[in-house]
Design a protein around this ligand. Sequence first.
Ligand code: SF4
Length: 350
Amino acid sequence: MKMESSNVQAHSNYMREFTPARLRAFRRALGAWYDACARDLPWRRTLDPYRVWISEIMLQQTRVAAVIPYYERFLARFPDAATLAAADDDALLSAWAGLGYYSRARNVRAAAQTVTRLGAFPQSYEGILALPGIGPYTAAAIASICFGIPKAVLDGNVMRVICRLTADDADILSSRTRERMQESAQMLLDSASPARHNQAVMELGATVCIPRDPKCKICPVSKYCLARKSGLERELPIKLRRAEIRRVGRTLLVAIRNGNILLWQRAQDATMLGGFWELPEPHQLPEAKSAKLLHKFSHAITNHIYDFHVVSARAGQVQSLLQWTPLEQLPALPLSTVTRKALAGMHVLP
Ligand code: SF4
């Protein structure tokens, strides 16, 4: 409690130092750096809220370089909200396969259906926030980038930048810290150019004020940075609650007969990966005879690391849940990332 109070004090003292002239200079330095150094990314070449929105959803917990080909393919397939609103599950999930977090894909379609019903994308922060699956960060990003609304974004990158600027050593996972960061982000925002400013802070966090080894020497706002002055830039931000990582061993069976492969489909309304197709595990095929180990791979999901053994098998009697599926249909089916990794190298996928 004492720690939290001293953080609040130090943080607010820091923010009070921002006279109007200092604020203008800070914003100018950040904006000029962004104009000169911003990466050329496909979603930065458009102000179309549909495209910006799809990029923001895909970028949540997926790296920029990995998102680019998905973003381009997804938009080639679903160029506008109306096309996406009409997509069936298989088309939607196969376009999203590999990005993970499949509830997002369904939320995106649900939001596209709302946008189509409304006749246009909402143009206020509150209207955007009311769409399914859109939280405060995404709503602020779309509102500022596409409609010039002065609403500060706060994602992990922005949190890190503000924590370091203010040398705030409170736990960034606490909601009070988050509220404090949101207020400071809003105060620092250049309301004359919210699109540029928001993207500049995110870009700074993604390319300069990076987690382990911030590049303070080339940082455009280093002279405003308390962490840098105190030599704390590598110590901050502080995350107190660390989830314990657990390793779990699993086996996947590859049974192929007469050009068909044995798969099962998750229920459409399953909370995880609903509608996706998977390879069976030994408990689903108790009579199978394992032939040989094909390969091994690991796959991390939140705080678990699964170590998979992929084994070829001769299926005995098959439960009704499992289906012999023609190999040539695989490219059109929504396959989970784990299934794709398991079948990689077997020349059954494109
Ligand atoms: S000076 Fe360093 S720690 Fe401070 S904002 Fe810049 S990159 Fe981050």
